[in-house]
Design a protein around this ligand. Sequence first.
Ligand SMILES: NC(=O)c1ccc[n+]([C@@H]2O[C@H](COP(=O)([O-])OP(=O)(O)OC[C@H]3O[C@@H](n4cnc5c(N)ncnc54)[C@H](OP(=O)(O)O)[C@@H]3O)[C@@H](O)[C@H]2O)c1
Length: 161
Amino acid sequence: MATLGAIWAQSLDGVIGDGDTMPWHLPEDLRHFKEITMGRPIIMGRRTWEALPVKPLPGRANHVLSSREPGRWSDGAYVSTDLPDLNTDAWIIGGGQLYEATLDEVDVIERTLIDVHLADAVTTPVFAPRIGDEFSLTDDGEWQTSKSNGLKFKYQRFERK
Ligand SMILES: NC(=O)c1ccc[n+]([C@@H]2O[C@H](COP(=O)([O-])OP(=O)(O)OC[C@H]3O[C@@H](n4cnc5c(N)ncnc54)[C@H](OP(=O)(O)O)[C@@H]3O)[C@@H](O)[C@H]2O)c1
């Protein structure tokens, strides 16, 4: 059976973004994201698509959820109003609205926890959904320190019970 995953990075207090951007630069996490999603379809909300520095993200079929008609804005992506039925393992890659709307359908969560508090520090915080009792923490990695900026972070995996 095809597995639907969600992958995100968040601060200790649940912040995943500030307005349209991510409030940290963590190259290790970008590599981790690439390793996990490469070769798989990725599904994102329209705002996350618009904020991608490179689009479509290469090596992966890019699916964008939006009520808008496809057009020049969506060149390189498949646009749909609902989660596409892909029949293969796929990853939800953001943002806040899409994680919240799809969590009930997700089997696996790959979360990067970053050792900072940001809710009061950023202008327009966007939050991760709450991971409830329907998920177990199946992998809780060691804290690591970013070689580029000293941020501490760890990788966690949750699976639906
Ligand atoms: N830390 C991380 O791992 C991570 C990852 C990705 C993004 N982010 C952050 O997340 C923020 C963006 O998230 P966001 O919540 O503002 O926007 P978003 O979820 O990326 O996009 C929202 C848009 O997607 C469409 N949409 C969302 N849910 C839908 C549904 N159930 N059905 C149909 N369409 C749906 C709608 O588009 P229309 O308005 O066109 O209908 C909606 O306006 C940014 O700050 C970004 O940096 C963080």
